[in-house]
Design a protein around this ligand. Structure first.
Ligand code: HEM
Length: 400
């Protein structure tokens, strides 16, 4: 009998698929008391659940209602998260998404390309002379943080602060299980980030502004112009969604590419397209291990009657290794052409930043292969995040 997958255990977070793959083969649906919910593990079932209207993303609203019932104040964190599109169902989610969708479309990305290249090369200029670097701290963390700052229109010097706040919020949003004061820390970070973003929103002339903060401030919500506080929460949700994910796509992806020297050499020789390589990195070990849903309508799944409020975890990482869907799923094949993985989700909540993440990752990997062709990992057992949702390392030392 397999033990329950529990990211608090070092061995489980080091290699979650050692448990989840055999479990996926043994059963499509398993209850896991350690994470407090049901896990769906097979590709077709996960894909179907991602568009199942009987499941809801409005987890924060039910959490806040539950606290109120107990006479507790849900506080600023629940209040802010309730404005995030990812924690809403349609039509509210669509309203929030359409407000900013253009900023993440093909044309905007084409305009952003030069900025991303400039940021990537600036980071490489900084690390190149040292001959070694931590690819997470020196490259994969600052890149998406600086890109989001550019997109939002806030000063670059403030980008590291956003990262600190966002990490504190991450302690609460479905990730770390073992930190006692995670709610308080996340609340402090939400308040600090809100007040910072409100200040930024207040000091902008919104008519001429081509930035994401400007776009949000020009929009309407519930029949009134978006307030600075609403704008701050919407911006906060995008900052949150967009940086840690991209960091760990780069980290996990570079670890795979550099652990397969043939693949790296083919990238250096330009025989392998960075676009194909990035898709295989997303499939093989993407940064989002799972997404959560709550049951909205009672229904039966695999003979189990599910009641409103029960939690489901859709295990994207395990689904992307399902042998029913991918040939040789556990082989890293960066020239694989089948890119229909679930790393960015599927359906209504499909990742709004998918084009941006792909652009950042392909630009970064192409530039690394060009400028540091003899990049090698230093032998070190990585520390993995204590998280149900995210899969990523705390550091990745390399030499070149
Ligand atoms: C490799 C990087 C990324 C991965 C793997 C990723 C993955 C995902 C996944 C799986 C979802 C669906 C969540 C759900 O169904 O509950 C999602 C949603 C979302 N992502 Fe990403 N993401 C990445 C990067 C980004 C970036 C760069 C941004 C923006 C700057 C972004 C913004 C969003 C937003 C706003 C949503 C919510 C969409 C909605 O609810 O309609 N993501 N992402």
């Amino acid at each position: 009998m397999l033990p329950d997958y529990d990211p608090r255990h070092l061995a489980h977070r080091r290699a979650p698929l050692d448990l989840l793959s055999p479990l996926r083969e043994a059963t499509p649906f398993a209850h896991n008391p350690a994470i407090g919910g049901w896990m769906l593990l097979r590709f077709d079932d996960v894909q179907e659940a991602l568009r199942d209207q009987r499941l809801s993303n409005a987890r924060i609203q039910s959490y806040a209602a539950h606290l109120r019932q107990r006479g507790e104040d849900p506080g600023p964190i629940a209040d802010s998260l309730a404005h995030w599109m990812v924690f809403n169902d349609p039509p509210r989610q669509m309203e929030l998404r359409l407000m900013v969708a253009k900023t993440f479309g093909t044309r905007s990305m084409a305009r952003l390309q030069a900025s991303i290249e400039e940021i990537v090369h600036r980071l490489l200029d900084r690390i190149e002379p040292a001959g070694q670097a931590d690819l997470i701290a020196d490259f994969a963390v600052p890149l998406p943080t600086l890109v989001i700052a550019r997109l939002l229109g806030i000063p670059e010097a403030d980008a590291p602060m956003l990262k600190v706040w966002s990490d504190e919020i991450a302690l609460f949003v479905g990730t770390s299980l073992d930190i006692a004061d995670r709610r308080q820390r996340a609340e402090r970070a939400v308040l600090a980030m809100r007040s910072y973003l409100q200040e930024q929103a207040a000091c902008r002339t919104i008519d001429t502004d081509g930035t994401l903060i400007g776009t949000i401030l020009r929009a309407d919500l519930d029949g009134h112009p978006v307030t600075a506080s609403e704008a701050a929460d919407i911006a906060l949700s995008i900052i949150f969604a967009g940086h840690e994910t991209t960091t760990h796509l780069l980290g996990n992806g570079l670890r795979q590419l550099l652990s397969h020297p043939d693949a790296w050499q083919r990238l250096v020789d330009r025989q392998l397209s960075p676009e194909d390589a990035v898709e295989e990195c997303l499939r093989f070990e993407g940064p989002v291990n799972a997404v959560a849903r709550v049951v909205r309508e009672p229904h039966e799944r695999f003979g189990q009657l599910l009641q409103p409020g029960e939690r489901l975890f859709l295990m994207l990482g395990a689904a992307n290794r399902d042998p029913r869907r991918f040939e040789e799923p556990d082989t890293f094949r960066p020239d694989r052409r089948d890119h229909r993985h679930l790393a960015f989700g599927f359906g209504t909540h499909f990742c709004l930043g998918a084009l941006l993440a792909r652009l950042e990752a392909t630009t970064a990997i192409a530039a690394l292969a060009d400028r540091l062709p003899n990049l090698r990992l230093l032998p070190a057992e990585p520390d993995w995040l204590d998280s149900i949702v995210l899969r990523g390392m705390l550091s990745l030392p390399a030499t070149f």
